[in-house]
Design a protein around this ligand. Structure first.
Ligand SMILES: Nc1ncnc2c1ncn2[C@@H]1O[C@H](COP(=O)(O)OP(=O)(O)OP(=O)(O)O)[C@@H](O)[C@H]1O
Ligand SMILES: [Mg+2]
Length: 440
C-alpha cells in the first residue's frame, strides 16, 4: 500500500500533521473525532519516509496494552504494511529504521527519560491526564532540532494542565485544532446514533463527551451513568433484607406517582400511577402494604403528599409510614444542606459500594439519576441543584429517581418483630401521647 492511499484516508482536518512544521500539534475534541486513527496513520506514513524515533506517551502505562501499540498494529495490518515489523515492545520499520517506543510518564526515572532525548516525534495520547510535573520533565527532554510534540485529548476540566500551558493562548509554534465526530468522515453510524441519543437525553453530557467541552468546575454530576449501568446487570437472585418502599407523589399536572420497591442491595421494581387524588393514592398504598408487608414506606410529604400521609396514619399505619420533607434539615447536618441532598448521596453511595447492587434496567431511571448536578455551600456541605433546574433540563420531573432515593431516607433494620398494624389495629405508639414521627 503506498503512502498516497493512506493519506487519502486521513480526514482533511488532520492534514497539518503531515504538512506543517510546528513544535506542538494539539488536537482536542470529543469522542469519535478520529484523532487516534489519524495520528496513527500519519505517524506510520512519516516513519516510512525517513528514519525517526517516535515515542508514544501517556501519563500512566502499566502495560503496553494500555498504549496505542495495538491501534498501530491494527493499522499496519489494515494497510498491509509489510515494511513494519511488530516486536514485543516496539514497532520497527525494516527499510527506514524508524522505531516506535511506548512509555508512561509518571514515575519515570531519569535514565528512562534520557532515552527520550533523541525523539523526533512524541505523541501524547489522552493529554487531559498529563500532569504539569510530567510536562515539565518531558518538554525539555524532547530537544532534537525540528522535533515535534503531537497531543490528542478530550478536555476534562477547564484547568487541564496541557490545555492551560499550551492551547489556551497558543504561540506561533503551536497548532491548536478542534475536531469532533462530525468532522470524521469515517465515524461509524453506531457512534453517531449514540451521540444523537446523548444530545437529546442529556445535553450537558453531550457537550462534554461528544463536543469535547470541559466540565464546568463545581457543576459535575452526582451519579455516574457507569454506576447505574453496572447495577442494571442481574446478579442478585434473592435477599432477606427488609422491604422498603419509596413513594413519590404527583404534585402537578404531568407528574406521576411512583412506588419504588427495594430490599437491601436489590431494587425490585417500580409501580406508577397517573393523576390520582390523595384518597386513591392512599388506597393503593394501603393495598401494597397489605400485599407486601414492607418494613417502611417513605413518602414525600411535600405538596399533596401530606394528605396521603394523614390518611394512612388515620388508618393505623403509623408504624410503617414515614413522611419525608425533602427541604428539611439533614440527619447528618454537617455534611448535607438538606434531606434531599442526603438521600441522593446515600443512593449514590449505595450504587458505588463494593458489594453488588441491582436495579431494574430502565433507561428513564438512568437518565433521571444522572441528571442532577452537585454543588456545595460555603461550609462545604453537599447541596444539589434545585428540582426546577433538573426539570428544565430533563423536560419532566425525575419521579422514578425521587421514589428510588426516598428508599434511602433512613436506614431500616429488620427487627424480626411480628407486624401488627393496619385497618383498625392499634399500634403501641398510638396508646401513648408521643409520636414516633418526632424522632428520626
Ligand atoms: N481513517 C479511518 N478509517 C476508518 N475508520 C476510521 C478512521 N478514522 C476514524 N475511524 C473510525 O472512527 C472511530 C473514532 O475514531 P478515533 O478513535 O480515532 O476517535 P478519537 O477522536 O480518538 O476519539 P475517542 O478515542 O475519544 O473515541 C474509530 O473507532 C473508527 O471506527
Ligand atoms: Mg482516541
Amino acid at each position: 500500500m503506498n503512502n498516497q492511499t493512506i493519506t487519502a484516508r486521513i480526514p482533511k482536518v488532520f492534514a497539518p500533521l503531515l504538512t506543517e512544521k510546528k513544535r506542538i500539534k494539539f488536537y482536542y475534541g470529543g469522542r469519535g473525532g478520529g484523532k487516534s486513527y489519524a495520528f496513527a496513520d500519519s505517524l506510520l506514513i512519516k516513519g516510512r519516509m525517513k528514519k525517526l524515533l517516535i515515542a508514544c506517551l501517556r501519563e500512566v502505562q502499566d502495560s503496553i496494552k494500555d498504549s496505542v501499540y495495538r491501534l498501530l498494529c491494527e493499522r499496519i495490518a489494515f494497510y498491509q504494511l509489510k515494511d513494519y515489523k511488530i516486536q514485543e515492545s516496539k514497532i520497527i520499520n525494516k527499510i527506514t529504521g524508524t522505531e516506535f517506543i511506548f512509555k508512561g510518564l509518571r514515575d519515570q526515572d531519569i535514565q528512562k527519560i534520557k532515552s527520550l532525548e533523541g525523539v523526533d516525534i512524541a505523541w501524547i495520547e489522552e493529554g487531559q491526564t498529563i500532569s504539569k510535573k510530567s510536562w515539565d520533565i518531558l518538554s525539555p527532554t524532547i530537544r532534537k532540532d525540528a522535533s515535534e510534540i503531537w497531543i490528542s485529548m478530550n478536555r476534562e476540566e477547564e484547568n487541564d494542565p496541557l490545555w492551560v500551558l499550551l492551547a489556551a493562548t497558543p504561540d506561533e509554534r503551536t497548532l491548536v485544532c478542534q475536531v469532533n465526530y462530525y468532522d470524521n468522515p469515517f465515524c461509524p453510524d453506531e457512534l453517531k446514533l449514540q451521540a444523537e441519543k446523548c444530545r437529546l437525553e442529556s445535553p450537558e453530557d453531550y457537550l462534554h463527551i461528544w463536543l469535547g467541552q470541559p466540565l464546568s468546575v463545581g457543576a459535575s454530576k452526582l451519579i455516574s451513568p457507569q454506576s447505574v449501568r453496572q447495577a442494571f446487570v442481574a446478579k442478585i437472585s434473592s435477599t432477606t433484607s427488609p422491604l422498603v418502599i419509596g413513594l413519590d407523589i404527583a404534585r402537578f399536572g404531568d407528574d406521576k406517582t411512583v412506588f419504588c420497591f427495594r430490599q437491601g442491595r436489590l431494587c425490585l421494581k417500580f409501580e406508577t400511577l397517573k393523576k390520582q387524588d390523595v384518597v386513591s393514592v392512599a388506597d393503593y398504598c394501603q393495598g401494597i402494604i397489605n400485599d407486601y408487608a414492607p418494613a417502611r414506606v417513605f413518602l414525600d410529604s411535600g405538596g399533596v403528599g401530606g394528605g396521603v400521609y394523614d390518611i394512612l396514619i388515620s388508618r393505623g399505619f403509623r408504624d410503617i409510614v414515614r413522611a419525608i420533607n425533602f427541604g428539611a434539615r439533614a440527619i447528618l447536618e454537617s455534611r448535607y444542606v438538606n434531606r434531599r441532598a442526603e438521600m441522593w448521596d446515600n443512593a449514590r453511595a449505595w450504587l458505588t459500594q463494593e458489594l453488588p447492587v441491582q436495579i431494574p434496567p430502565d433507561e428513564d431511571l438512568l437518565t433521571e439519576l444522572c441528571s442532577v448536578n452537585k454543588r456545595y455551600d460555603s461550609k462545604g456541605r453537599l447541596l444539589l441543584e434545585s428540582k426546577d433546574e433538573v426539570k428544565k433540563r430533563l423536560g419532566r420531573s425525575p419521579d422514578k429517581a425521587d421514589a428510588f432515593v426516598l428508599t434511602f431516607a433512613e436506614p431500616v433494620y429488620d427487627t424480626g418483630k411480628v407486624k401488627t398494624f393496619g385497618n383498625g389495629q392499634v399500634v403501641i405508639e398510638d396508646m401513648f401521647s408521643f409520636s414516633k414521627e418526632s424522632k428520626w
